[in-house]
Design a protein around this ligand. Sequence first.
Ligand SMILES: [Zn+2]
Length: 217
Amino acid sequence: MQYISSHNIYIGKLGIYTGNELSAIDKIEYEWKRSRSRYSKYNLIEIFPEAKPVILKKIKEKISFQKQELKMFQDKEEEICGKIEEVPTKDRWFWIIAAQIFIGSKIKILEKELKQNVFFLSMLRGKNPHGDKRVTPQHIERAKQVPLTNFLEVNSNGFAVCPFHINDNTPSLKYYKAQNTWWCFAENIGGDTIDFYEQKFGVKFIEAVQQLCQNQN
Ligand SMILES: [Zn+2]
């Protein structure tokens, strides 16, 4: 929401609010946004399987483009590293920072995106990219559906004591039953059962999915 503020008075399109009123409205807005169903690309393919061939084609194009882009940045990195050795020692700091900011961070992002797309492609082709670990979109769906109430004691208002921050005397973790999602209003973090499990048990995504599915069986 957009407001003009002055002395704890906020003027918006629809009226004038105090700071407290505004933060109450913001919370309601946040809850509303959190409570809407969100679909992952895996859900969308299940809902609309006809789109699969087009998505396969697009994702292959994307991967080949990303590979080219990555190659370009890696060449650039090599070039800049060469420069660092050419310039006098006192000027090297400039090229080192330039390499980190303009090249290093970009390469990291590209590598991550490429990895995600390659993973997605093998999922689409029905292959299992994790070999014997056997995590499929179906496993992810099943893990998400494990009720959060297995791990949380929810009161009649739908709130629970948040296990992720200390001294949560007034329960600040809201449980959204219909979506089986959670949100901690003290820390502004939340998500589904997989997110919760990862945090609570300090495990990685794949392990969280596997363990949630195992416990369900
Ligand atoms: Zn919390």
